[in-house]
Design a protein around this ligand. Structure first.
Ligand SMILES: Nc1nc2c(ncn2[C@@H]2O[C@H](COP(=O)(O)OP(=O)(O)OP(=O)(O)O)[C@@H](O)[C@H]2O)c(=O)[nH]1
Length: 316
């Protein structure tokens, strides 16, 4: 328990697809955050991350609204409920002392922390002990250059974890680290490869990325759900997804979903144009949200995506 008797809250943030779940999954596997209740907030109404964080001691999902804006009241209500339940537990051993909130990739962790601090009940029960922000070594530079949200996330961090160091060129990583040091000189910065700690290249001589002024009126990022049914033609679906990302990979920021295919239950996901080989998930824990693909991005119409998929692969 924290010195003041309040619950410690760790906030794990970072842009869409930056590697938050991968990093947390690895931390849990290595024994970290084992005492914590994991709260997962996803931008989409159909969460996926909970299917991956199987080693969490306890897990709750806050779906269908980013906890820093549309889902803020739901987060505060959930934290109040947890605080209330905790206050009625008599045994020290059974009492909840640590919560880790994995935010949606669209969240500004600073706004979440402000909401908790501004709540007259929570302020007495919870203390934010660390804001960890994942920064994608492959896409972080573009996100910092082009997205105000990407910068805000970095600026609010206590600890920055540069993910995907295994997949990026060392010179690019060094420039990214130099940029992070300029944006948030106080934050500790470390590297990770698929969740494992990974050394970062020396950035002493690296030139930080130019960060142009950003206008606040970028089109908002939104979520589209595509429901797949048994008529789906899987090879055609794969071709459709590749073609979509090839043509619109700058607009389609993130795709993910759990689908039931002839090859088993698969997690499909991409970050911009980088598509991960499908990951096989256990068949035993089918969920109501299986067979829904969530597409997150801007610059297109959701109904056009569904129509295009239906025409191409027989569902949508
Ligand atoms: N090569 C490599 N790939 C990674 C690493 N970390 C994450 N990925 C991949 O990047 C993609 C996104 O990873 P996630 O961990 O789901 O990212 P996230 O931030 O939780 O995503 P959202 O919750 O949707 O914002 C997946 O395809 C991962 O396999 C890494 O360190 N190296």
């Amino acid at each position: 328990m924290s010195a003041e008797g309040r619950v410690r809250l760790t906030v794990l943030g970072g842009y869409l697809g930056s590697g938050k779940t991968t990093w947390l999954r690895h931390q849990l596997h290595a024994g970290a955050y084992r005492d914590a209740l994991i709260l997962v907030n996803e931008a989409a109404e159909t969460p996926v991350d909970d299917a991956l964080l199987t080693e969490a001691a306890g897990l709750e999902v806050l779906a269908g609204g980013c906890a820093c804006c549309a889902g803020r009241d739901a987060l505060v209500a959930l934290l109040r409920r947890l605080a209330d339940t905790r206050s009625r537990v008599r045994s020290d051993d059974a009492r909840l002392d640590h919560i880790l909130l994995e935010t949606s990739g669209l969240a500004d962790p600073g706004a979440i922390v402000a909401a908790i601090r501004a709540d007259p009940v929570l302020v007495h029960h919870m203390v934010v002990t660390e804001i960890v922000v994942a920064v994608d070594a492959l896409h972080g530079a573009a996100q910092l250059a082009g997205e105000a949200l990407g910068r805000r996330q970095v600026e609010t961090a206590d600890r920055l974890v540069v993910t995907k160091v295994d997949a990026a060129a060392p010179d690019d990583v060094a420039r990214l680290v130099a940029t992070l040091a300029r944006l948030n000189p106080g934050a500790a910065v470390s590297g990770a490869a698929k969740g494992d700690a990974h050394p970062l290249p020396d950035h002493a001589e690296a030139e930080p990325i130019a960060l142009p002024a950003l206008s606040a009126d970028d089109a908002p990022i939104f979520t589209t759900r595509l429901t797949l049914d048994e008529r789906i033609d899987w090879p055609a679906f794969t071709v459709w997804l590749s073609a979509l990302l090839h043509a619109r990979g700058d607009d389609v920021v993130r795709v993910k979903g759990v689908v039931r295919t002839p090859a088993g239950r698969l997690l499909l996901q991409s970050v911009r144009r980088v598509v991960q080989a499908p990951e096989r998930l256990p068949d035993t824990v089918e969920r109501g949200t299986d067979d829904t693909i969530v597409v997150i991005g801007r610059g297109y119409r959701g109904e056009d995506l569904a129509r295009s998929l239906a025409r191409f692969a027989g569902a949508g």
